[in-house]
Design a protein around this ligand. Sequence first.
Ligand SMILES: [Fe+2]
Length: 205
Amino acid sequence: MTGIDLPNQESGHRGDSLPQSKGRGLLAHLPVGLHHMASVVKDQERTRQFFEDILGLPLVATWCERAFNSELGREIEYCHCFYGLADGSVLAFFQFAEDDVYEFCKSVPQPGRFEHFALKVDKATWEEIDARAAEAGLSRRHTNHGYCASLYLESPDKLKVEFVYDPEDVEAINAMRRADAHSEMRRWLQGDRRPNNHDRPKRPT
Ligand SMILES: [Fe+2]
């Protein structure tokens, strides 16, 4: 769910012009909806007060992560909080341990960095979209986050478009994260930055 460089595979076309489409027609199974949208925030607790205390959207997960970022050339630590909507989709927010990462993200419009939206699909549709993108020569990035698997593409305007399918045990993962979402957020904000994502593969998948 991140714009961070994580174990992944990347391949395909890079450049300003779109390669020629082979014209496969429309998908048999359209994405079922928004899986998540993601944005960058300065302060997760302030964000929680806004979305949860004032607006009434529940904090349903806090993922504490550490990953290498190639643009910054170093490992960064971040807290990734999700607020649940009725259909299971979420609003997702990144807070970074170091303020300069936030400033870096906000310094100029960077739709392809951390800001992005993600569409929910089943695994077969995910594979079909991946094949279509490969056929068209588009640049693709695959990341297994442990709690979901992502395919990242880039629109002609550099907007990051993510397609996501959930693992079979997603409900168990969600229940685990829902139970400790607030305590994990407090822990991270108090300076204990140990990652809590133990399902993320260490190698490309
Ligand atoms: Fe994402």
